[in-house]
Design a protein around this ligand. Structure first.
Ligand code: ARG
Length: 461
């Protein structure tokens, strides 16, 4: 059979394989609500400008509302022969209201139609991600408040570096996820323009009102170039890049949780709801949710690279290649939503083992920098020389198999005879942390200040 939409030019229908490679209805049916919203707005504008009659517009809008109900109650029959969501809906509209349906597509093409549908969908998803990020940030703020004074080792190269607090570590993630949130906000601002009315690529001779449809659909204004309107997929690429960056943050956190929950570290204990047992080893409690968050990052990043690669060779304007944008974005969105929800759950209910954290904080000569700083501050020794003196103290402690704070005053004096009893005050992890009062430092008072800052700022957001 020849095609219902372009049968005028085509004598026979597509080969089965053509239909299989061409059809997008299997995934773009997700856009049904946006497609109907766009068509309702378009029809209202067409009637308002006198391009179609008010009577036809009423039929069109009534028919579209019926279709919305049919899709939502599951009675709508999707057809692969009709390629995509746009043609499935239009064909059903013709069945429902007859010839008036044929007037809906006046001054419009599937090129601007799919562009507006997809923008509406991506914009909604950006808002969902923003809400999920706020939930995760709130969970971290709560943990940070509880643990502003809980000492843990800070790492570089995953080697014990200097003592920090768990609250401070939580606040590092607050910074990261807040940047993700601001990227979402920026991206929404940039993509908040309506491409509807660009028609196939050149605009239209009909006296349409693009400002009206832009406003009806909740966009700030119409896009300014018809060619760009139908060939732009930056909003999809930006969604994927924001998603990939945020997924990368989630993955680093997941990796930390995997490490922290090993018996060797024992810093955190995952709740039963976010871990699994082993079918053979009864003692095991595995951090599967964290591992899967770490793994799913590969998918999200893969979709970003995938779509960048699809777009890179496309001449202006629309090419069918662009139909490949949807599965990438849909899967990345679904994956990111799940990752954010799982991580928010894990962060909220993991148990913190203060004792194990503190014990680890004191190992590995973590207060060596404090010793060097004391030599600079009290004895006026240049830092580079103090570093050298401290290195000898660490070597001695290593030789005696004790921590720095367990060296005797005589031990220390043998390295530098200016050292006094006062030095022991800086060798405890608690005092080390307390002394880091520089802006953004790990001192509990400073951490509490940052918590207050973010609480106030997020309340306004
Ligand atoms: N299903 C198509 C897509 O997702 C809709 C646009 C089709 N336009 C066209 N000229 N064939 O990109």
């Amino acid at each position: 059979a020849s095609n219902q939409m372009w049968g005028g030019r085509f004598a026979s229908g597509p080969a089965a394989i053509m239909e299989a490679i061409n059809a997008s209805i299997g995934f773009d049916r997700k856009l049904y609500a946006q497609d109907i919203r766009g068509s309702v707005a378009h029809s209202q504008m067409l009637a308002h400008t006198g391009i179609i009659s008010a009577e036809d517009q009423l039929k069109i809008e009534g028919g579209l509302n019926t279709i919305l109900r049919e899709i939502e109650d599951g009675s709508f029959e999707f057809s692969t022969r009709l390629e995509d969501i746009h043609m499935n809906i239009e064909a059903r509209l013709a069945e429902l209201i007859g010839p008036a349906a044929g007037r809906l597509h006046t001054a419009r093409s599937r090129n601007d139609q799919v562009a507006v549908d997809f923008r509406l969908w991506v914009k909604d998803e950006f808002h969902r991600v923003a809400a999920a990020l706020k939930g995760l940030i709130a969970a971290f703020l709560e943990r940070a408040e509880e643990h502003a004074g809980t000492v843990m080792p800070g790492f570089t190269h995953l080697q014990t570096a200097q003592p920090v607090t768990f609250g401070h570590h939580c606040m590092a993630y607050v910074e990261m996820f807040s940047r993700d949130l601001s990227r979402v906000t920026d991206a929404i601002e940039r993509m908040n323009e309506s491409p509807l009315g660009a028609a196939a690529l050149a605009g239209t001779g009909f006296p349409i009102d693009r400002h009206m449809t832009a406003e009806k659909l909740g966009f700030r204004e119409p896009t300014r170039n018809s060619l760009d309107s139908v060939s732009d997929r930056d909003y999809a690429l930006e969604f994927l890049s924001v998603a990939a960056i945020s997924a990368t943050h989630l993955s680093r956190l997941a990796e930390e949780i995997v490490i922290w929950s090993t018996p060797q570290f024992g810093f955190v204990r995952l709740s039963d709801s976010f871990s699994t047992g082993s079918s053979i080893m009864p003692q095991k409690k595995n951090p599967d949710a964290a591992e899967l968050v770490r793994a799913k990052t590969g998918r999200v990043t893969g979709h970003l690279v995938g779509l960048l690669t699809v777009m890179k060779g496309l001449p202006l304007t629309y090419s069918k290649d662009m139909q490949e944008d949807k599965e990438a974005v849909f899967d990345a969105a679904e994956t990111l939503d799940l990752m954010l929800a799982a991580m928010t759950g894990m962060v909220g209910d993991m148990q913190i083992n203060d004792h194990a954290m503190k014990r680890a904080a004191g190992s590995g000569y973590s207060t060596a920098t404090d010793l060097a700083d004391w030599l600079v501050r009290v004895l006026g020794i240049p830092f580079r020389e103090a570093h050298h003196v401290t290195g000898r103290a660490v070597a001695l402690a290593e030789e005696k198999k004790v921590g720095l704070e367990r060296l005797t005053l005589d031990d220390l004096k043998s390295i530098h005879d200016g050292i006094t009893d006062d030095i022991f005050s800086v060798l405890s992890v608690q005092n080390s942390v307390k002394s880091r009062t520089s802006f953004g430092g790990t001192a509990p008072a400073e951490v509490r200040k940052q918590i207050r800052y973010w609480k106030k700022r997020l309340a306004k957001a």
